[in-house]
Design a protein. Structure first.
Length: 452
């Protein structure tokens, strides 16, 4: 006899997807997993899970992937209860020790392994796809599988000699971009814990060939899929704030206010000889360190000539604290910006495309460390600041003009004095010439004779 030791109701869904998942244990302590329909409409969903099990089994035969065995037990499905560490747990271990290179390699292995069951078809927009994921703007040359388990998230894979897929409830029999499955696995992982936020700074989606446009479209797909699953129902976690007064957490408010100062992502551009372009760039969400500053490391390869950092897409004031390169030791790097320097290292950017450009990168540099504080400012404040700067510039120019006028006046006075001095010299010279003349001497002698 099998006894239920755990039950989970998935009833925050459309009627046709409402099921119950039970973990059972027999008298020998062996465990099993069972899924059953909670509504009459959901029986079709249960039947589809069993059908998709057989299709996935065929797709992944002769691969490292092992699809969790599924069998019919009356009106329900029974699965093996697999024990082991999930791929999610393995990634968390690597993240704990900040072994980013190995973490990326493990995800690359994941992409390679699950890709073996995808096939080499290309994406096409079908009626069935639009019903589930909406009408999206995606390139038709994207790789896609005819059968796709979009729930191949890291927590649904138990690793070992073979990788066991323990849940494949959301499997579809029409072309779905392979990149969406990768995107979804990474997104679910990142959103599962705040400790994983630092991975976003690596530009992790781009590392796996997922473009900016794909990220937007896949986000729209995910929203449409969730609406497809829930139908007209609203999950309890979505009702918070509608049915109750919202609780205010002062610490979260402070964090939000700080994060709100950095509304947009930081984008880093590499110049590899063709100038700056989107293809050679990545974005990340800036995280504040304990001093309230953004600090990031930019990896450098030998073919990189210049680096441009776009710290935000808003008008802002930035205090650039430190920019250093590292070869085998650290060295200071000069930079220039398209902003207005207010004080030492305090730069005002009056447009929505502020740029910090680094050119003097030494040979052998492997990374550049950048640290700055940023304060985004509203357009109206930017306009006022520009007005004040212009007014100050005008005052400075007026003062400079006044000083020049005074200097000119002084020069004129000096010239007048020199002219007077020259006149006096000329007169003295003339007097001297008269007094030393014979006529003057006779005249003086004659005056003495006559007593005058």
């Amino acid at each position: 006899m099998k006894n239920i030791v755990y039950s989970k109701y998935s009833n925050e869904r459309s009627q046709k997807f409402q099921i119950r998942t039970d973990i059972l244990e027999d008298e020998n302590g062996k465990r099993y997993v069972q899924k059953s329909a909670c509504t009459f409409e959901a029986n079709n969903h249960i039947n589809n899970i069993h059908k998709n099990y057989k299709l996935l089994l065929e797709s992944y035969k002769d691969s490292k992937i092992c699809i969790n065995k599924c069998s019919r037990e009356e009106n329900r499905l029974e699965f093996e209860y697999i024990v082991g560490d999930t791929l999610e747990k393995e990634l968390d271990k690597l993240l704990l020790y900040k072994d980013y290179n190995q973490l990326i390699k493990v995800i690359e292995e994941y992409v390679s392994i699950i890709g073996k069951g995808i096939g080499k078809s290309t994406f096409k927009l079908t009626k069935e796809f639009i019903e589930v994921f909406g009408n999206v703007d995606l390139p038709l040359q994207l790789r896609a599988g005819e059968i796709s388990d979009i729930d191949l998230v890291f927590s649904n894979i138990i690793v070992g000699d073979r990788w066991h897929v323990i849940d494949y409830e959301w499997t579809f029999n029409f072309p779905i971009p392979f990149n969406y499955i990768i995107y979804r696995a990474i997104r679910v992982y990142l959103e599962g814990s705040t400790k994983r936020n630092e991975l976003a700074a690596l530009g992790i989606y781009k590392l796996f060939g997922i473009t900016e446009n794909e990220i937007i479209q896949y986000s729209n797909m995910e929203e449409s899929f969730q609406n497809y699953v829930t139908g007209y129902l609203v999950p309890l976690n979505k009702l918070y704030g509608y049915t109750t007064e919202m609780n205010l957490n002062i610490h979260k408010i402070i964090e939000y206010q700080r994060a709100n100062l950095l509304k947009n992502t930081v984008q880093v551009f590499y110049d590899k000889g063709k100038g700056f372009c989107e293809e050679d760039s990545y974005k990340f969400y800036p995280l504040l360190n304990g001093s309230g500053k953004v600090k990031t490391e930019i990896l450098v390869t030998p073919n990189i000539r210049k680096i441009r950092i776009d710290p935000t897409s808003n008008n802002c004031i930035i205090n650039i604290g430190n920019i250093v390169g590292y070869t085998t030791r650290y060295y200071a790097i000069d930079y220039y910006t398209n902003g207005i320097e207010l004080l030492d290292n305090f730069i005002l950017f009056t447009n929505d495309d502020p740029q910090i450009i680094i050119e003097d990168i030494r040979d052998g540099t492997i990374k550049i460390i950048v640290e700055f504080e940023i304060e985004t400012i509203a357009d109206v404040i930017t306009i006022k600041l520009c007005g004040l700067i212009e007014k100050q510039d005008n005052i400075s120019k007026e003062k400079e003009n006044e000083i020049k006028e005074k200097e000119n006046e002084i020069k004129e006075k000096e010239n007048e004095i020199k002219e007077k001095e020259n006149e006096i010299k000329e007169k003295n010279k003339h007097i001297m010439e008269i007094e030393t003349s014979k006529t003057w001497k006779y005249m003086q002698k004659f005056k003495r004779i006559i007593g005058k």
